[in-house]
Design a protein around this ligand. Structure first.
Ligand SMILES: [Fe+2]
Length: 265
């Protein structure tokens, strides 16, 4: 049996028996939830002992993380000068966090068995409606760990990629909540009014996603605005970010690598 099968709660999440009727029902139910809600959160996907090991390994390489303070609008795009600076399109927010690049994660890290697990790729492809799911192949971007220390926060934004696959390794004592508004916008409609209400402090549409260490999350971040609230207490929030593409052989370009990791490789 594959190494990954020992790390996953396969009784609850039968991703290694795709031909099995129970597994097929699980695949289908997962796809429906993702389609309808824009997010799929599988609590306890990774077994507790394995998560603890992954968190320990991540903490070991945490000093190698690259810290950034970023000023950005929620669309993560250059400002649009046809709107004033305080317009929802251009309003500036501040994000502070650190990232551990793939090259700085141990070659034999437990997490890698999950990232490269073909059954997991098939499952993600099914849920997201892709013909295939493939790991990135440059040195820095495939498998990352996001580090949020006390006081740090990811401000409201839409992702530039269609969906994100994440796995919480360590939760902070307080704060560090993942908040979002499902399907805030579409490709055709940037939803400036809705975004404006949110940025003015109206949180009535905001949902909190229940995530604990070991929860695997597939999230459609391009259309659903989201943030991570400031981390409080002494414990750092550690989140594994598994970057995939529907085509094999993708590599992050040098310009983007420098932006995310402070270097290219
Ligand atoms: Fe995001």
């Amino acid at each position: 049996m594959e190494e990954a099968a020992k790390l996953v709660d396969i009784a609850k999440y039968p991703i290694f028996a795709a031909e099995d009727p129970a597994a097929q029902r699980f695949y289908e139910a997962s796809r429906k939830i993702y389609e309808q809600q824009g997010v799929l959160a599988l609590a306890g996907f990774i077994l507790p002992k394995a998560v603890a090991q992954m968190a320990d390994e991540a903490a070991e390489v945490e000093p190698k993380s690259f810290k950034q303070v970023k000023h950005h609008n929620v669309y993560l795009a250059s400002d649009d000068r046809q709107y004033p600076a305080d317009h929802p399109r251009n309003r500036q927010l501040t994000t502070t966090n650190s990232t551990i690049a793939d090259a700085d994660i141990q070659a034999n890290a437990t997490l890698r068995a999950i990232y490269h697990c073909r059954e997991l790729h098939k499952f993600i492809a099914h849920v997201t409606g892709k013909s295939g799911i493939y790991p990135y192949e440059d040195a820095l971007s495939p498998l990352n760990i996001g580090v949020s220390r006390p006081g740090e926060t990811l401000a409201w934004h839409f992702d530039t990629s269609e969906f994100a696959t994440t796995l919480l390794l360590q939760a902070p004592e307080n704060g560090g909540e993942f908040e979002y508004i499902p399907r805030t916008r579409s490709d055709d409609d940037p939803a400036y009014q809705r975004v404006g209400r949110l940025l003015d402090g109206d949180l009535s549409e905001v949902k909190t996603l229940a995530i604990e260490p070991g929860t695997l999350v597939l999230f459609q971040g391009r259309h659903s605005i989201h943030r991570v609230t400031p981390v409080k207490g002494n414990r750092t929030r550690l989140l594994a970010i598994l970057t995939y593409d529907e085509k094999p052989g993708q590599r992050m370009n040098e310009f983007t690598q420098k932006k995310f990791y402070g270097r290219a490789a």
